[in-house]
Design a binder for this molecule. Structure first.
Ligand SMILES: [Zn+2]
Ligand SMILES: [Zn+2]
Length: 164
């Protein structure tokens, strides 16, 4: 267990809390050692979190801003770097984390047809990561397609439906 305990400046805590709240998330607690964010059922689903778990944003001198899942809002067994420094950056990363369970926003396109000569990379959800050179979905054609982010609840549901 690692306790995220180094002190964050007051103004920084306030600005970060405001930025996270402005994106529609609920901050359960914010003080000099942690910002604790309430998880919705969809958030818990993408993060593989338990019912009482929260998302904790902490700060350490050594590692910068970390995030982790916590069952008590104070102890984070597995802190990971958030790769963000300013309150706006942190809030944007939190939004991505809560939507996808990770930090990278990989868009999946849902094609209307996947012909044999398609060179895109098909995903388990049935979506594709379009290849710019694909004769069906490439840049030159730029076809209309639906989009979602990899790892979101929708992406996981589509993948589960295809497996059943
Ligand atoms: Zn294609
Ligand atoms: Zn997907």
């Amino acid at each position: 267990m690692q306790h995220i305990a180094d002190e964050m400046p007051d103004t920084w805590v306030r600005e970060t809390t405001a930025a996270i709240t402005a994106l529609g998330h609920t901050v359960a607690d914010a003080h000099e050692s942690a910002i604790v964010i309430t998880l919705t059922p969809d958030n818990r689903h993408v993060l593989d979190a338990a019912d009482d778990d929260t998302l904790v944003i902490g700060w350490t001198e050594r590692a910068g801003v970390d995030w982790g899942i916590s069952s008590d809002g104070a102890h984070v067994p597995n802190p990971r770097p958030l790769n963000a420094a300013t309150p706006a950056e942190i809030a944007a990363r939190v939004r991505t984390l809560l939507a996808t369970g990770g930090l990278s926003e990989i868009p999946h396109a849902m094609p209307y047809a996947t012909p044999d000569d398609c060179t895109c990379t098909e995903q388990t959800c049935g979506g594709i990561i379009p290849d710019p050179e694909c004769p069906d979905h490439g840049h030159r054609l730029n076809p209309a397609m639906g989009w979602h982010l990899a790892g979101t609840v929708l992406c996981r549901k589509l993948a589960a439906d295809r497996q059943s």
